[in-house]
Design a protein around this ligand. Structure first.
Ligand code: GRF
Length: 189
């Protein structure tokens, strides 16, 4: 079966990375994760990448990150940001238009930017959620690929809401990636 080649960019814990890897190892997956890049050498996600024996694992400091990584992206079809805490420069984003996606812990367009779960609690919102979207030069504003609502109960706080949202993130990110993989492979054939 033909597969698309994916790179995952991380900065920290790597739980979304793990869910993407796990789903890519399922029989019906159209995705091969061949590269994981972190902008933080201490990211726990790097250990996850090692555990699952991802073929190429790198870490680079934030300065000139885009320049340093470009040579590793030659045969990559799609880049998935998974808790990647850096705004990529606009030239890079433009070059990867429609091939660069992100997961955000809110039901966009609500609660863009940092601490989205906390924003939702403070706003006393009835629900939040998570969204997989294309990355554009405007933060958390690219076309939505898939999203899921999560109810906020009176007893919820930032921590409990984050946990609930994260469970949903782990479901929708692999689904969204599989959907995109199908599209890319159709275009190629
Ligand atoms: C997730 O909540 C994701 O939506 C946000 O950063 C967090 C990363 O978590 N962009 P992890 O590193 O995937 O565990």
């Amino acid at each position: 079966m033909k597969k698309i080649q994916a790179a995952i960019f991380i900065s920290g814990r790597g739980s979304n990375l793990e869910s993407l890897i796990k789903s890519s190892r399922k029989k019906q997956s159209l995705v091969n994760i061949q590269l994981v890049i972190s902008n933080n050498s201490k990211a726990k996600g790097l250990l996850i990448a090692k555990k699952y024996k991802i073929p190429l694992i790198y870490s680079f400091p934030k300065k000139n990150f885009e320049k340093k990584i470009s040579k590793y992206l030659k045969n990559i079809d799609i880049i998935c940001l998974a808790g990647f805490m850096q705004v990529l420069d606009s030239r890079f984003v433009k070059k990867w238009t429609r091939r660069l996606i992100n997961i955000h812990p809110s039901y966009l367009p609500s609660f863009k930017g940092l601490n989205a779960q906390d924003q939702a609690i403070r706003a006393k919102a009835k629900y939040s959620g998570c969204t997989v979207h294309y990355v554009t030069s405007k933060i958390d504003s690219g076309k939505i690929i898939l999203q899921k609502k999560v109810k906020i109960l009176n007893k919820d706080n930032t921590e409990s809401l984050s946990k609930k949202i994260l469970l949903e993130e782990h479901m929708i990110y692999p689904k969204a990636l599989q959907k995109i993989a199908k599209k890319i492979l159709e275009k190629k054939s």
